[in-house]
Design a protein around this ligand. Structure first.
Ligand code: OGA
Ligand code: MN
Length: 321
C-alpha cells in the first residue's frame, strides 16, 4: 500500500489514504505527501486517530512548527478538548478553534461570539505576521451534527483566471494585514481607529508560489493597500476576494472527529462556516508551520507579535493588565 490521492476537484483539494500518519512515515510516503500538497494545496486525512504528539510529529514534515501565544487574555478562557486537556496543557504548539470554554461549556457571550465569527471571513492564517505561515494542520476533536464545515479557495486558479488587465494592475501592489481589522469588520468591539493602530504586516498581493505558479495572497485581514486611499484599497481587496472565492474553485470540507486537514496558506484562503453554535459544540486544534528551516530570528516571533497586540487591545479597552 502507498499514498492514495483522490482529488476533490481537478488540481484542488485531495483526500489522502493508504498511509498511517500517526506513525513514522517512510521516505516515500513523506515525499508523496509533500508533492500532493504542492499539487492540491488542501489534503484531507480521515479518521486519523492522531493524538497531540502525533499531530505535532506529523506536522513537522511540513516545516518548523510554530509556538503559539496564549490566547487566554483574548478569549478569557481556554477550552477542553476530547482528551480533556486545555490548549495550554496540550503544549505550546496548538491553537484551538470552536465554541467551548475551559470547562466545556458553550460560549454564549455575545462579544466573544463576534470575535470567534472572524474565522468565518475568508482568510489565510497568520498573514498578519511578518514571517508568513506556510501550512496549517487542523484536527477535529468535537464536531456539530450539522454545519461547521471549512471552505477553501484556490488562490493559484484565482490568479490564473483574472483578466490580464487586472493582473497587470495588481502585480506590485501590497496589502497591510492586521488580525484586528478582520475582527473589526466581523463586528467585534474594536473600532476602525483602534484596528488601524494595531501592528500589521505588509505582503505582496501577488506572489510566486513554491510550485512555480503565481498565486494571489489575500485575506480579510487586509486593512489597506499602501499608496491607495484606504476605502479604495479595501474595495479592491473585497472585489479580488469575491473573484477568488467563486464556487468553481472552492471546496467545502466536512468533518468527523479525528479528521485532519492540512492546507497551504500560501496557495489558499479558507473560512469556517456557521453551525448552531448556541446549541452544538465544536472544537478543533491546529498546528501552524513555517516553510523550511527554523526562523533565523529566534524561535517565536509569532508569540511576540500576537501577544503584543493582545496586550495593546486590552489597554485600548481599559482592562487591567
Ligand atoms: C483555522 C480556521 C476554520 C474552521 O483553523 O485557521 O480558520 O472551520 N478554522 O475551524
Ligand atoms: Mn484560519
Amino acid at each position: 500500500m502507498g499514498v492514495e490521492i483522490v482529488p476533490i476537484r481537478p488540481g484542488f483539494g485531495a483526500e489522502i489514504s493508504g498511509v498511517e500518519i500517526g506513525r513514522p512515515l517512510s521516505e516515500e510516503d513523506r515525499v508523496a505527501i509533500l508533492r500532493a500538497i504542492d499539487d492540491y494545496a488542501v489534503l484531507v486525512f480521515r479518521n486519523t486517530g492522531l493524538d497531540d504528539v502525533g499531530h505535532v510529529e506529523f506536522s513537522r514534515i511540513f516545516g518548523h512548527v510554530e509556538k503559539m501565544p496564549s490566547f487566554k487574555k483574548l478569549f478569557r478562557s481556554e477550552r477542553t478538548a476530547r482528551d480533556g486537556k486545555t490548549a495550554r496543557e496540550a503544549g505550546p504548539f496548538f491553537v484551538t478553534f470552536g465554541n467551548l470554554t475551559d470547562d466545556g461549556r458553550i460560549v454564549d457571550d455575545p462579544e466573544r461570539r463576534k470575535l470567534l465569527a472572524g474565522d468565518r471571513m475568508w482568510h489565510t492564517d497568520s498573514s498578519f505576521m511578518v514571517e508568513r505561515a506556510a501550512y496549517s494542520a487542523l484536527l477535529a476533536y468535537v464536531v456539530p451534527p450539522v454545519g461547521g464545515h471549512t471552505d477553501f479557495a484556490d488562490m493559484r486558479a484565482a490568479w490564473d483566471r483574472l483578466p490580464a488587465g487586472v493582473q497587470a494592475r495588481i502585480e506590485g501592489l501590497e496589502g497591510d494585514h492586521c488580525v484586528w481589522w478582520s475582527r473589526h469588520v466581523s463586528g467585534a468591539d474594536i473600532s476602525e481607529a483602534q484596528a488601524m493602530g494595531m501592528p500589521a504586516a505588509r505582503h505582496p498581493l501577488v506572489h510566486r508560489h513554491r510550485s512555480g505558479r503565481t498565486a494571489l495572497f489575500l485575506a480579510s485581514h487586509i486593512r489597506a493597500i499602501p499608496g491607495m486611499p484606504p476605502e479604495e484599497g479595501r474595495e479592491l481587496v473585497a472585489e479580488l476576494i469575491e473573484q477568488a472565492t467563486r464556487p468553481e474553485s472552492t471546496i467545502s470540507v466536512n468533518w468527523n472527529v479525528g479528521d485532519l486537514v492540512v492546507w497551504d496558506n500560501l496557495a489558499t484562503m479558507h473560512r469556517a462556516t456557521p453551525f448552531d453554535d448556541l446549541k452544538h459544540r465544536r472544537e478543533m486544534r491546529r498546528t501552524t508551520m513555517r516553510d523550511g528551516a527554523p526562523p533565523v530570528t529566534g524561535d517565536d516571533p509569532y508569540g511576540a507579535m500576537y501577544s503584543g497586540a493582545v496586550e495593546k487591545l486590552s489597554q485600548l479597552r481599559g482592562e487591567p493588565a
